[in-house]
Design a protein around this ligand. Structure first.
Ligand code: NAD
Length: 360
């Protein structure tokens, strides 16, 4: 298979962790006889330094022409970096928002998986951590409350702020289809999360999700109210496979789900459009405090590359080979500094990449 991958190293530890993910993709390419071609582009602070703006039209068009985008992270120290003296639309994060919009990325995937080797980092009860969990949050990314009309008005001398939460059935249908398709590649269960006891948008959400479910008889569907879901995530996360939800609920629940794994350097993510195209990046930021020291944990980015193989290229066996290699390295006791505990073997960012390659 021939694929072109646009690579955004970005800022801070971004270039270091993307280098390791590319190394792993190259290992997969050589073992499974694929050809991955990388096109390196700038975005974020490094693009501001080079071109005076966080995202250029050229970067957008290279990303659009590629089969997928693999990204590290962007941004600097928000208190000290001169990038944050610029107006908001010129700052590093503005580049990422614009890129997501330009690429039509409406589905955000955030897996939360607890490795038993890292169960000590899980803040939940010991038994819950020991049981492990493996869930995926599929969040609608371009609609709902964050994109609705908003205003602050003064009525009768009283300040009133108004935010609008709206969804149309097409927006709901396309994210629901993504959720069910993803469940088919996993344990075939979808928990659709809403607030249908209160919100009209949630009642429409439920209606459309029920209709989409008819095309996926092999996938089990359940509905759950968002407040209950927030509780169930800390009580019994193992009950979930795919959590399908709207933008704001997904924002909050995905942060909760990532917290219960306890290891920020391990969490991958993807944002997809309505084709196979996607942008793949770790959930963490650019960690400027440890940049340039070769100590960052590259696993979140490497697992993001595995998601790219699975969801954009349909290379399920190759994705699993990466995930198995990560598991093997952890089982053998190798750890970057962020997940190091006494008795395990401390390795650098590039050593971790090498170890994973060797096990593919
Ligand atoms: P952060 O995730 O960069 O770092 C939080 C803490 O976790 C730091 O102590 C850092 O050293 C550590 N950490 C994060 N990733 C790690 C890894 N892979 N290995 C080892 N340790 C790791 O969050 P922050 O400090 O709040 O943000 C730093 C910058 O990143 C900011 O400019 C922020 O806007 C940006 N950011 C970018 C994205 C993105 O590109 N999508 C996401 C979040 C934050």
């Amino acid at each position: 298979m021939n694929k072109v991958i646009a690579c955004i190293g970005g800022d801070g530890i971004g270039p270091e962790i993307v280098a390791e993910a590319k190394k792993v993709c190259d290992q997969v390419a050589s073992k499974y006889h694929h050809n991955f071609q990388y096109k390196d582009v700038l975005m974020g602070g490094c693009s501001i330094d080079a071109y005076g703006e966080p995202l250029t039209d050229e970067t957008i068009s290279i990303c659009k022409e590629a089969d997928a985008v693999l990204m590290g992270s962007i941004g600097g120290n928000t208190s000290t970096s001169p990038w944050y003296q610029l107006p908001p639309e010129k700052r590093p994060e503005a580049g990422l928002l614009k890129l997501r919009k330009s690429l039509g990325l409406f589905a955000n995937l955030r897996p939360a998986y607890l490795y038993k080797e890292l169960a000590d980092a899980c803040p939940l009860k010991e038994a819950t951590g020991a049981a492990g969990f493996d869930l995926m949050i599929v969040r609608e990314l371009t609609g709902g409350l964050y994109f609705g009309e908003r205003k602050t008005v003064v009525e009768n001398g009283v300040k009133t702020a108004i935010d609008t939460l709206s969804y149309n059935e097409n927006e709901i249908r396309r994210i629901a289809i993504k959720g069910f398709e993803i469940a088919r590649k996993r344990s075939k269960k979808v928990t659709s999360v809403d607030k249908a006891n209160v919100l009209d948008s949630s009642r429409l959400w439920r209606e459309v999700v029920n209709a989409v479910a008819k095309d996926y008889p092999d996938v089990t569907l359940e509905h759950m109210l968002v407040d209950n879901c927030a509780m169930q995530l800390v009580k019994d996360p193992a009950q979930f496979d795919v959590i399908l939800t709207e933008n704001m609920f997904g924002d909050i629940l995905s942060d909760e789900a990532s917290m219960i794994t306890g290891s920020i350097g391990m969490l991958s993510s993807a944002s997809l459009n309505d084709t196979k195209f996607g942008l793949y990046e770790p959930s963490h930021g650019s960690a400027p405090d440890i940049a340039g020291q070769n100590i960052a944990n590259p696993i979140a980015t490497i697992l993001s590359a595995a998601m790219m193989l699975r969801y954009s290229f349909d290379l399920d066996a190759e994705a699993k080979a990466i995930e198995d290699a990560v598991q093997a390295v952890l089982t053998e006791g190798y750890r970057t500094v962020d997940i190091y505990t006494e008795g395990t073997k401390k390795v650098s960012c590039s050593q971790m990449g090498d170890l994973i390659c060797e096990r593919i």
